[in-house]
Design a binder for this molecule. Structure first.
Ligand code: ANZ
Length: 843
């Protein structure tokens, strides 16, 4: 029987959908409201895995749901096909990254087709296609023109053995993760996108996503941007004309500053130490050599014992003229704030650890034992009218714990008695008036380093002339095509392999004919994925990356679905580029993804699956073994979307049985399409209509597993009715089977189509409009319960037929008649038999 061969059914319906363009998004004239549903596009490194199976299942459920709800749905797919894995695989196999990439795409595409995802296959894009990456180059030029793309020399982690740049994560204890060589810092000139200029907007606009994105993701974005509010304070330096500015979030503690610390690897430290004795310079140099081996992450680890050197220079505190010794220490970072801090050991733990280690003074200026709310405490004055400072209860030098809490200012002249907040405001006023400080903000966010010294990416469309100028390639000369890999050594060398493509690299400036070299670097692939959701809206468009009319018709994305591993960078970059495009007048919205759904991971025995661990479950294998529908139902049923799912608990066998049961009830229906549903069995109709009523909000809350459970219930109820007196001819059986097919389409579209056909309809069930629940069938069935006290009926209650024991008992105990009948008596025993009897015994 072909209906029982899942693979035959799959092939049949997939051919049908493809032939009829069932899931193509509606054209411009389509008047239905629109939904843009997008799953994060895959990276074509080998086979798809179970994480992908989950991702594209969820986006498909949402896409199919909105189609049933009458929407014109866009659900596209493409490939994020530039990047390192292709290049590394190519190096290993001595192959061309291009061949490897497109072979993998073909294979993944085949799997996704077999999975029955309702993609609009007419809009496929690959970021490594020329007609895609030329728009990355266009975007680069737009940013460059507005000063948002710039070059700067900056230190990178460098492995002298592997001759390559390493990411922070690849440096372990100062050594290369791969070969163990000591990692150096090397300065390279690279391209950056000025995302910091958008820091405030990127932060503030997160508020409008609250409730639509997982709160955790919003928090991660906020922390990544890391806005700190405080003040910049200028300190005079003895023997130096220029002042040193520090950023502090606690300018209120300025009177408690007892020394200053500068980042050893900052230009400032080098300048300061240049004015010191040879001994100091030597000690500093030795320390600096040590520090260069640490990563920023290690340097920020607060558990490490503090290290540092005294520079024999002094700063002057602008509020009280005190001389503060200047130290260099690695807990101060060169590229945050101004690379220098005023150290307030009484109120900052890092400063306190340092002060204890090097025996520097500690002065408490906030009494954290004093109340901050209520009346300002009376401050005692000495005979000269000067306030006597009360002694705080704890001494941080003794306890080793800095006083970071709220309190009242002490030892701080005119600030005494003020709360932290008021003191901050006051001191900023004072500093501003004196011209020695001002309110300031700092961000943890850094500009986006986009240059990669690798082959398989978008060439940066810039030219370097002989006289050292950097000139953009004119827009009408795009794309700058990536030359063929043949003949190039792709091994990482810290220099782009493209530099060796002599013919490609040597060119001229189009406007002047002057000789020039192409920029040999390629772009970070996060550039590719920062705007791909817009390219789907205007597939193949030639004169622009996307049409603004298309963008305002479809975007922003209504539901974006993908893994939480993209919670920071990808989403942040996409948000940034969207804002840039808004400023360019290309889009009319400022946030790209109106709602975000993060799925959990598919794990095995509690552990992450990975090729290296050899515990990988392959998507294509599972598809072949169980068929798409069983795999989809099993995954959807395995648990809440955001939870991790252990593959061991994903029951494809259970799913197969359920699908077979669903198919059988459709086959068993004996009534014709013109039955009157109202004549059907009321109990079964109630189950059907409850599902119709509740499934929409369940889907919108992404409680897909609950919808599957309800479907299972419905199929069981149908079977019960068929097997009971009413039989297979009952109109309610037909109605329920039809609804099953329609809702099952979200999860098992091939089986659903098959059922729909068996029930006598034309395809496709995927486009059937959601049926409205009949409200009269949603009223709960009621029964009468009796409440007895010591054997006498004292009350009757109208209760839902499905009430549980505790609820029934609660109702009975609180019923007025029961309370009156009980009087002073105490209940000693309750026998509850829902839904009809409650029997109390009393003393
Ligand atoms: C004095 C002070 C007193 C500070 C106090 C804190 C507490 P966030 O919140 O992370 O922005 N700081 C400034 N620049 C630094 C750098 N380049 N490297 C390391 N630390 C730096 O931190 C801001 C605080 O970190 C600043 O406020 C400064 O110390 C320190 F009771 O100034 B504070």
């Amino acid at each position: 029987h072909p209906e029982n061969d899942v693979h035959a059914i799959q092939a049949k319906w997939q051919a049908y959908w493809s032939e009829h363009g069932t899931f193509l998004a509606g054209e411009e004239g389509d008047t239905r409201p629109r939904k843009y549903v997008l799953a994060m596009f895959p990276y074509p490194s080998g086979d798809l895995h179970m994480g992908h199976a989950e991702n594209y299942l969820y986006s498909d459920i949402v896409a199919r749901f909105w189609r049933h709800r009458g929407y014109n749905v866009l659900h596209p797919i493409g490939w994020d096909s530039f990047g390192l894995p292709a290049e590394n695989a190519a190096i290993k196999r001595k192959a061309d990254p291009r061949e490897w990439t497109y072979a993998n795409i073909a294979q993944q595409r085949e799997s996704l087709k077999r999975y029955g995802v309702s993609f609009d296959w007419s809009r496929v894009l690959h970021t490594s296609d020329e007609d895609y990456y030329r728009w990355n180059q266009w975007l680069f030029l737009q940013l460059h023109e507005r000063g948002l793309a710039y070059r700067k020399e900056s230190p990178v982690n460098w492995c002298p053995n592997d001759q390559t740049v390493l990411a922070n994560e690849q440096v372990v204890d100062g050594h290369c993760e791969r070969c163990g060589a000591e990692v150096e810092k090397k300065k390279l000139t690279q391209w950056y996108f000025k995302i910091t200029e958008y820091a405030d907007r990127l932060l503030d606009d997160l508020n409008q996503l609250e409730g639509f994105w997982p709160h955790k993701v919003l928090q991660m974005q906020r922390n990544w941007i890391g806005r700190s509010v405080g003040a910049d304070i200028d300190f005079e330096i003895e023997g130096r004309d220029e002042k040193v500015t520090v950023f502090s979030t606690r300018p209120d503690t300025l009177h408690g500053a007892t020394f200053m610390v500068v980042a050893p690897d900052s230009d400032l430290a080098a300048e300061l130490v240049a004015g010191s004795s040879p001994e100091v310079r030597m000690a500093f140099q030795a320390y600096l050599d040590d520090v260069r081996k640490q990563t920023d992450i290690e340097r920020q680890n607060s558990d490490r014992p503090k290290t540092g050197v005294f520079l024999d220079r002094f700063a002057i505190n602008p509020v009280n003229g005190e001389r503060l010794p200047i130290w260099a220490a690695d807990y101060v970072l060169a590229d945050y704030g101004h690379g220098a801090v005023m150290a307030v050991p009484a109120h900052d733990q890092r400063d306190l650890d340092f002060a204890i280690r090097f025996d520097l003074p500690v002065r408490v200026v906030v009494d954290t034992s004093a109340p901050v709310t209520g009346a300002i405490p009376v401050i005692e004055l000495d005979e000269d009218g000067v306030p006597i400072d009360p002694m705080p209860s704890e001494d941080p030098r003794e306890t080793g714990v800095a006083l970071t809490g709220e309190g009242r200012l002490i030892n701080s002249g005119a600030l005494n008695g003020l709360s932290k907040r008021n003191a901050i405001a006051r001191v900023v006023e004072q500093l501003a008036a004196a011209g020695t400080g001002r309110a300031a903000k700092q961000y943890r966010l850094r500009d986006w380093l986009i240059s990669r010294q690798r082959y398989w990416g978008t060439p940066i469309p810039m030219l370097h002339t002989e006289d050292g100028r950097v000139v953009p390639v004119p827009e009408d000369q795009l794309p700058v095509r990536l030359p063929v890999a043949e003949g190039l050594d792709l091994k990482p060398k810290g220099k782009s392999p493209l530099g060796a493509a002599t013919e490609w690299v040597t060119t001229t400036v189009p406007a002047t004919g002057a000789p020039a070299l192409r920029d040999p670097d390629t772009m970070d692939t996060f550039v590719d994925s920062s705007w791909y959701f817009l390219r789907f809206l205007s597939p193949g468009m030639d004169g622009a990356p996307f049409g603004s009319a298309d963008a305002s018709r479809w975007a922003p994305v209504d539901a974006y679905i993908g893994g939480v591993e993209h919670a920071i960078l990808h989403l942040l970059y996409a948000r940034f580029i969207t804002k840039v495009l808004f400023d360019l007048g290309r889009v009319d919205f400022t946030e790209p993804f109106s709602s975000l759904i993060n799925q959990g991971m598919v794990i095995l025995d509690g552990a992450k699956m990975s090729k290296s661990k050899g515990n990988l479950v392959l998507f294509s294998d599972e598809l072949s073994a169980h068929g798409a529908d069983a795999l989809r139902v099993a995954l959807a049923f395995a648990g809440p979307v955001e939870d991790d799912k252990d593959w061991k608990d994903v029951s494809t066998t259970g799913a197969q049985k359920f699908l077979a049961r669903a198919m059988r009830v459709a086959q068993d229906v004996t009534s014709s399409r013109d039955v009157v549903w109202a004549d059907g069995d009321a109990a079964l109709r109630r189950v059907t209509h409850r599902l119709l009523a509740e499934a929409p909000s369940l889907v919108e809350q992404t409680k897909f597993n609950v919808v599957v459970a309800r479907l299972m219930e419905l199929v069981n109820a149908i079977r019960k009715t068929i097997d009971s007196g009413a039989g297979a001819g009952d109109p309610a059986v037909r109605e329920a089977a039809e609804v099953t097919a329609m809702v099952l389409d979200l999860f098992a579209p091939h089986t659903a189509e098959e059922m729909w056909e068996v029930l006598g309809y034309e395809p496709s069930v995927g486009l059937v409009t959601w049926r409205n629940a009949d409200p009269t069938l949603l009223v709960e069935e009621k029964v009468t319960a009796v409440v007895q006290i010591d054997g006498k009926v004292r009350a009757t209650l109208e209760v839902p037929a499905k009430i549980d024991g505790p609820s029934l008992e609660h109702l009975a105990r609180n019923d007025d008649r029961v309370l009156r009948a009980l009087g002073e008596r105490e209940i000693t025993r309750a026998i509850v038999r829902p839904p009809k009897v409650v029997s109390f015994s009393t003393k």
